[in-house]
Every structure is written in C-alpha cells, then in structure tokens.
Design a protein around this ligand. Structure first.
Ligand code: SF4
Length: 383
C-alpha cells in the first residue's frame, strides 16, 4: 500500500478488518439489479461475450448484439470455427472492432490450448487475447467465484467517493492504490455477487453526474457524501488531446457496380470494408481535393466523372478522434486502374459486407431513399 495519510488510508485500515458495507450493498443488488441475460448464466463463455460487448458500449445498445451473437455462436467452438468476415458482420455498428478480432483469436486459442473448454483459472483466462485484468477478474469471479476484485470506471468512481479519495484514478500511483483497495475490500465469501453489486451501484445510483445519494444503500458509509465532495470525485489527472481526421469517401459507380476495399494495417476499423478513401490532414473542398495527387491517382484514366448526388457529410466521434467524413457518389466512364485491387460488386451487395458505423450511417441514408443508384440521374457536376 502506498504510504498515504488521510481518510483513504484510514478507511483501508478499517476495511482490512471487515468490509462494513458489503452486506447492505449485496442486499440492494439482489433486490434491484437489472435482469440481464448474462446474469442468468454461469457459463464463462457467455459472461466473456457480455463483458467484451459491454466494454465501451451501453447495456441498451449491447443487449441485442449479445442476443444475436450467442444465438449464432452459442459456445467457444462455434465462434472459433467461424469465418472472420461473418464475426465482423455480427459486430457491425458496435465499434471498437479490435474486440471482435481479439475474441476470434482467443476462441481459437481456447480450442488449441484448452481443448475447446473455456479456462477456469484467473491466469489462464488472463492469458487470452483481448482479456485484461478487469475482464479476467469479472469472468473468474462471476463464473467461478474466484476471489478477484473488478476495477472498472464504475468501481473507481464508487470507491473514490465511498472513501473520499483525492488521488487521480488515471495515473500509476492512483491505479495501484485503487487496485489494492478494491482487493482489500473484496467480499471473499461471495466475490461474483459483490463485484456485480459494485458495478451495478456505479451504473444505476452512483452516476458520474448526479449521484442519487438519497437512494444509495451505502450512503451512511460514504465519506464523500458526508463531506459534500461527491461532485469532485473521482479526481482525474488529464485529458488526452483529440485528433481530427478528414475522410473523403468515393462511392464509385460503373454500370451498376461499385467497389469496396478491406482496411489493413494497425489503424482504426482494420478488416472492415469501406469505399475508396482519400484522407487529408485538413478539411478540403472538392475543387481543392481535385488538385491533389491522391485524387489524380484514384481517378486516373476514369474518363468523364459525373457526380450523382449531393455530398453526404457526417461527423463521427471516437475515443480521442473525430472523423469528419464526406461521401461522394460518382459515376465513372471507365474503370480506373486504382480500383483493380479492390472488390467489385453490384450496389445491392454492399450491405453483405462488414463496414464501420460511419459507412453504415451512409448506407442507411441511401436506403432511406435519399440516394439510390438505381434511380439516380446522371445530371451532376463534371470533372
Ligand atoms: S452516497 Fe452517493 S456518492 Fe456515496 S456511494 Fe452512494 S451514490 Fe455514490
């Protein structure tokens, strides 16, 4: 334990003897927890799926994805034997696609290393791709009642308020401190129930803005509530700068066909499909974009270009990034060589490919009748 003085340290010393709030917290959870499908199972595979889906995703959004996913892939073997593209398609719209890629790799690893049986020790669970300390502790405690404390954003917030801790939760010393505090407090007779109760309290009552302290089962034990510092907890050190990126997508049409390519490399949306893209470091209008080398390369030898619809603009906010996207729909007279390595398909087949949420929003815009290649006129601006 770091050499701390003050309320936090004193409370940890108290907690070493007894977790004084666990009984009230667990009773509250039994009476008030949301009835969710992954709470009705001890199947480690399904708990894993729910935990991964719910990372960075609200329950209301993740619920349907979870139901569809476990219906199609009911166990680790069925996931391991699935095609990558099909799994990505089931993930489409959820974002943070590395989660799906890692799950697939982990499922195949379970088949190879553990004979297709989801592992049952913390270290084995933690060794799987995409599973960090939090997820391993959640699976180990909820599926197997192993004594590992979870520490996610909700738990950080609840602990920082319960003990009125002013250490930043986002630096190394703070993380170490909270980790030890969470471990000390863990109710070892009932770790799965206790962990879920802590997270549920953070999700339903001890909210980031506007904690419902009057409904809180542990308010009488809460140091921040007593001190009037709830709104100042947790303390965060600093924010990461947001990066702006400018994507210009070209939906290139030729005789009813269009082109997609699969994103490779280590950038966002790896393995997802998208329309031909030009990215620029600053916002560029179409006349300025036409002067770039990238534009000339994309449309070299394409002959006459006819823009079929007004540009569709969309702003897409990701963690630490804002994508400013414009989709142009353009008919080419001849197929340019730049498309030869991309996948050609009739427009009607585009929906079969796994795409980013951003591209999906554009496709929904088209499906809503705002643009349809089969009915678009060829009156537009030319090259
Ligand atoms: S009393 Fe308020 S601040 Fe304290 S744990 Fe409960 S909801 Fe959170």
């Amino acid at each position: 334990m770091p050499a701390l003085t003050g309320k936090g340290y004193l409370c940890i010393r108290m907690a070493e003897n007894e977790n004084f709030f666990a009984p009230a917290l667990e009773r509250w959870f039994v009476d008030n927890a949301r009835d969710l499908p992954w709470r009705r199972t001890r199947d480690a595979y399904k708990i894993w799926v729910s935990e991964i889906i719910l990372q960075q995703t609200r329950v209301a959004q993740g619920y349907d994805y979870y139901m569809r996913f476990v219906e199609r892939f009911p166990d680790v073997q069925s996931l391991a034997s699935a095609q990558d593209d099909e799994v990505m398609k089931y993930w489409q719209g959820l974002g943070y696609y590395s989660r799906a890629r890692n799950m697939l790799a982990a499922a195949r690893d379970v088949v190879t290393r553990f004979g297709g049986i989801f592992p049952s020790t913390y270290d084995d669970i933690r060794s799987l791709k995409g599973i960090g300390d939090y997820t391993a502790a959640a699976i180990a405690s909820i599926a197997y009642d192993l004594p590992y404390a979870v520490l996610d954003g909700n738990v950080y917030r609840v602990l920082s308020r319960l003990f009125d801790i002013d250490l930043p939760i986002d630096d190394a010393a703070g993380k170490r401190y909270f980790s030890q505090l969470a471990d000390t407090l863990l109710h070892r007779d009932n770790p799965g129930l206790y962990n879920q109760a802590m997270m549920e309290l953070g999700a339903l009552v001890c909210l980031p803005a506007g904690a419902a302290c009057d409904k809180c089962p542990v308010a009488s034990h809460c140091a921040a509530y007593a001190a009037g510092t709830v709104a100042q907890r947790p303390v965060k050190q600093g924010k990461v700068a947001v990066k702006h990126r400018y994507f210009h997508y070209f939906v290139i049409m030729h005789r009813g066909d269009t082109w997609l390519h699969r994103r490779e490399g280590s950038d966002i949306w790896r393995n997802l499909y998208e329309f031909p893209l030009i990215e620029t470091p600053t916002p560029l209008s179409l006349p300025l974009l036409r002067r770039t080398e990238a534009y000339r390369t994309l449309f070299g030898d394409a002959g006459k270009l006819t823009f079929l619809a007004p540009p569709f603009e969309s702003k897409h906010v990701l963690t630490h990034r804002i994508i400013h996207a414009v989709f142009y729909v353009v008919e080419v007279e001849a197929v340019p060589p730049s498309l030869h390595d991309m996948r050609r398909m009739p427009w009607g087949e585009v929906g079969e490919y796994a795409v980013s949420r951003l591209t999906d929003i554009f496709l929904q815009h088209c499906a809503a009748g705002l643009w349809d290649c089969t009915s678009a006129t060829l009156d537009g601006c030319e090259k």
